[in-house]
Design a protein around this ligand. Structure first.
Ligand SMILES: Cc1cc2nc3c(=O)[nH]c(=O)nc-3n(C[C@H](O)[C@H](O)[C@H](O)COP(=O)(O)OP(=O)(O)OC[C@H]3O[C@@H](n4cnc5c(N)ncnc54)[C@H](O)[C@@H]3O)c2cc1C
Length: 270
């Protein structure tokens, strides 16, 4: 499936950002006793991981000179609060997929839904996701969207440039970064901290209330939900994360710098 058309003349860039809406991390999350899935029945907010994607999309469109930023999301109960935040930042339109039949959807079904939502919006020159979400974080949805749409996938993007129909990415690696190129349309996942997400202005928040945000079901997208029974992944157990260990205190005896350098080298940070 080919998504989007690149207009080389005016470099019009239409970008779709996948934004996950998550329970507010400021309140302790609760798990469903039977399914072990995170309860998502209250208000959901824009995942901070995806605020970076929205910001990057807005900057790329501004650099291109023309184009639009759209957002897609899959979330229960018709929840749009997080998407409205993305619209307040500057995205022009949203498409939410919300359907009780999608309960129990694993990462692959989520990717199929998001891919179909992008297609429903008319495709895109670039699809942006976060590297991993803050609440579920399998970190597999971006690559699966690319596979479903038959597009190149570039992960861990820390710097993104578009030249004509070529996407140039500095891709974060353990030791630095790789320079990666591919043709558009493509899917990229961006790492946290790559850009500084803007705070929505008061005007942006007011305007966002009037921006178009369509809500569709899985059948509108011709995707068959698999539910809990058909999910390829199972949540077999959930355990508390280990308590954080005490840090190491280095007293400065005049040689502390050497110990700090060793410490950072061990972590491969320098
Ligand atoms: C058996 C099973 C059943 C589940 N049932 C449910 C359920 O009933 N309800 C439920 O809410 N979750 C459910 N989940 C969790 C759900 O499958 C994952 O949250 C979802 O697949 C996204 O995966 P992730 O958060 O690991 O995405 P990651 O791959 O970590 O996310 C990377 C990026 O992908 C994009 N992305 C991911 N998810 C979404 C989304 N929903 N909308 C927009 N963009 C997105 C974002 O850009 C994000 O930054 C279930 C999981 C399993 C294994």
């Amino acid at each position: 499936m080919v998504v989007g058309v690149i207009n080389d003349k005016n470099r019009c860039m239409n970008i779709v950002v996948c934004v996950k809406q998550i329970p507010d991390p400021a309140s302790p999350g609760a798990l469903d006793a039977t399914t072990h899935a995170l309860k998502r029945d209250g208000k959901l907010i824009l995942d901070e991981s995806d605020a970076y994607g929205v910001e990057m999309a807005l900057q790329l469109v501004a650099t291109a000179g023309s184009g639009e930023v759209y957002v897609v999301s899959m979330a229960p109960n018709g929840e749009t609060s997080g998407m409205r935040t993305a619209l307040a930042m500057g995205a022009v339109k949203g498409l939410l997929v919300s359907d009780p039949a999608l309960a129990g959807s694993d990462a692959l079904t989520t990717a199929k839904i998001l891919a179909a939502a992008v297609t429903k919006l008319g495709g895109a020159d670039l699809i942006i996701t976060g590297t991993e979400s803050s609440d579920g974080y399998t970190g597999t949805v971006p690559e699966q969207i690319a596979e479903v749409l038959g597009l190149p996938s570039v992960t861990f993007a820390k710097k993104v440039k578009i030249e004509g129909s070529v996407l140039k990415v500095d891709r974060q690696s353990e030791s630095g970064y790789d320079e990666v190129e591919c043709t558009l349309p493509a899917v990229i996942s961006v790492t946290a901290g790559v850009v500084e997400p803007r705070y929505p202005s008061f005007k942006g928040i007011m305007d966002a209330k009037k921006k178009p945000l369509d809500v569709v079901t899985a059948s509108d997208l011709a995707v068959t939900p698999t539910g809990w029974a058909g999910a390829g992944q199972k949540i077999v157990n959930v355990t508390q994360a280990e308590a954080r260990k005490a840090g190491q205190v280095i007293e400065d005896d005049g040689e502390a710098f050497g110990k700090i350098v060793d410490f950072l080298e061990n972590l491969k940070l320098i």
